[in-house]
Design a binder for this molecule. Sequence first.
Ligand code: TYD
Length: 207
Amino acid sequence: MFITFEGLDFCGKSTQVKLLKEKLEQIGKKIILIREPGGTQISEKVRDILLDKKNSEMHIETELLLFSASRAQLVREIIIPLLNEGYFVISDRFHDSSIAYQGYGRGINLNSVKTIQEFAIGLAIPDLTFFIDLPLKEIEKRRTKFGANNLDRIELSENAFYNRVQQGYIEMCKNEKRFITIDGTKSIEEIHKQIIDVVINMVKKNE
Ligand code: TYD
């Protein structure tokens, strides 16, 4: 099974990814956790280029292609082989991030972004995608607390950009069945329970 997590930076995805991994391990599943961009030697190098604050001259088309290149490598080197070996693959972000951030956020033609994603991921389409929906106000609070100096190149984008990304995710959730929207204002435990219920249900269906 291939499960992805999506949402704005600071929505709490990474905490939930770790909790889900622990839970599935407890019930004896083989798990691999990955994060995007990154996850292979080549993809980590691309990640460094993408997130480096010094690369402020990067064009949005370059940005889209680099995220997609990093992903294409991850799919073929890690995701497909491990899915074939019966692993649960859990990814902190995947192709929907490019649709939300580069498509809705940066304003690159959505059809072009989607076509590039189809090429990059091939058959590695997630079975389930959790979108952790947290109001922009709360995201801003968390971002301020984190401190501007610690933000990466993408996280330095303005609020209007984040608003478009958020609206993009909401739109995508309406259009595709594999999305589950999670209320990110709930407690960590409540969110975890909701996620586990969905995943366990799906595991049972597939058994
Ligand atoms: P990261 O530090 O991994 O952020 P997070 O912990 O929030 O996932 O940095 C990834 C940044 O890159 C994040 O701001 C989202 C952005 N991003 C895109 O713009 N497009 C993409 O396709 C992906 C995977 C990430």
